[in-house]
Design a protein around this ligand. Structure first.
Ligand code: A3P
Length: 303
C-alpha cells in the first residue's frame, strides 16, 4: 500500500488536506497509510461502536451525543465539569483511521492507544463502508456502526465554507465527484441488510426530534434509556449538552485546535437544515438533486 499511495490520483484544490482517490473515493492523503495499517492490524472487540459519516454531515454532533449517552453514569450530562463542557467532541472520541496514520509516520504504536480504551470503545470514521476492514464488517463480527447522513446540498455547502476558511478562493469543496452520495448509499444499503449492526440516522431528522434519536442511539449502543432516566429528564439534558449552542459556548470549543491543527470553533457554524439556499442557485440545487437522485434511485433513500 505504501508504494501504491503516490500513484493514486491526486487532488490539491480541497484544503486543508491534499486528497488521493482510492477505490472511487477521495480521501485525505495523510490517512492512507493509516487505512492500510488498520486493515492489517486493528483487532476489533465484539462491542466496538463505529460512528461513521461523510465529512460535514454531523460527525461532531454524533460524537458528542454518543459520548454523552454512553458515559452518562460516569459523567452525568448536567455536570458542570462534563468533558463535553471542557473539551472538543473530537478530543472525547477518537478517529479510527487517524491515530494509525499519525503514528505510521512517526513510528508510534497506535494499537496501544486503542487497546487502552475502555469497552465499549467508540471510534469515528469517515471511511466509506467498502473501505472498512473486513474484520469489522464481517457478518460474524458483532461490532456496531452508527451512520449519520445529511442532505448532500447542505453537506456540500458546509464543506465548501469550511474548506474556504482554510484556503484561498480556489477551493472547490470538501470532496470530489460522486463520493458523498456513494458514501451514503454504502451505509444505507448495509443498514437495510443488517439493521441490528448498522443504525442509519439523518441529520435533519435529528434536528427535528433530537430526543427520539438519542433514545434510538442509546438502545442501539446497548445502553437504553430507562423509564426512571426518562422521567428524570436525562434525554433532554443530553440533548441540551450536545446542542450546537451549548457546544459552541463550551470552554473547549471557544479556542484551541484539534490534533490536526483545525480550530475547534470551526466545527460549529449554523447547524440548520436548508442553509444551502443561501449559497446555491435553484439551478445548482436542481442539478445536484438530479445527480443524487440518479445514484439513490431504487435504494429507498430520499432527501
Ligand atoms: P453547518 O456548516 O451547516 O452549520 P461535521 O461535524 O461532520 O464536520 O459537520 C459540521 C456541521 O455540523 C456544521 O454544519 C456544523 O454547524 C454542524 N454541527 C456541529 N455541531 C452541531 C450540533 N451540536 N448540532 C447540530 N449541528 C451541529
Amino acid at each position: 500500500m505504501a508504494k501504491l499511495i503516490p500513484t493514486l490520483p491526486l487532488e490539491t484544490r480541497c484544503p486543508p488536506f491534499p486528497l488521493r482517490q482510492l477505490s472511487g473515493f477521495w480521501l485525505p492523503e495523510m490517512i492512507l497509510s493509516g487505512v492500510a495499517a488498520v486493515h492489517t492490524r486493528f483487532e476489533p472487540r465484539p462491542d466496538d461502536i463505529f460512528l461513521a459519516s461523510f465529512p460535514k454531515s454531523g460527525t461532531t454532533w454524533l460524537k458528542a451525543l454518543a459520548f454523552a449517552t454512553l458515559n452518562r453514569a460516569e459523567h452525568p450530562p448536567s455536570d458542570p465539569g462534563h468533558p463535553l463542557r471542557l473539551r472538543n467532541p473530537h478530543d472525547c472520541v477518537s478517529f479510527f483511521e487517524l491515530p494509525s496514520a499519525l503514528s505510521e509516520s512517526t513510528g508510534g504504536a497506535w494499537e496501544d492507544v486503542f487497546e487502552a480504551l475502555p469497552s465499549p470503545r467508540v471510534l469515528t470514521t469517515h471511511l466509506p463502508y467498502s473501505l472498512l476492514p473486513e474484520r469489522v464488517v464481517a457478518d460474524s463480527c458483532s461490532c456496531r456502526v452508527v451512520y449519520v447522513c445529511r442532505d448532500p446540498k447542505d453537506a456540500l455547502v458546509s464543506g465548501w465554507l469550511f474548506t474556504k476558511k482554510h484556503t484561498a478562493a480556489t477551493a472547490k469543496g470538501a470532496g470530489g465527484d460522486d463520493d458523498d452520495w456513494l458514501h451514503v448509499l454504502g451505509y444505507w444499503e448495509e443498514s437495510r441488510r443488517r439493521p441490528d449492526k448498522v443504525l442509519f440516522l439523518q441529520y435533519e431528522e435529528m434536528l427535528r426530534d433530537p430526543a427520539t434519536n438519542v433514545k434510538r442511539l442509546a438502545e442501539f449502543m446497548g445502553c437504553p434509556i430507562t423509564v426512571e432516566e426518562e422521567t428524570a429528564g436525562t434525554v433532554d439534558t443530553v440533548v441540551e449538552l450536545c446542542s450546537l449552542d451549548s457546544l459552541k459556548r463550551s470552554k473547549g470549543n471557544r479556542s484551541g485546535t484539534t490534533n490536526l491543527g483545525i480550530e475547534n470553533a470551526s466545527f460549529f457554524r449554523k447547524g440548520v437544515a436548508g442553509n444551502w439556499r443561501n449559497h446555491l442557485t435553484p439551478e445548482m440545487a436542481a442539478r445536484l438533486d438530479e445527480i443524487v437522485d440518479g445514484v439513490l434511485q431504487g435504494s429507498g433513500l430520499t432527501f
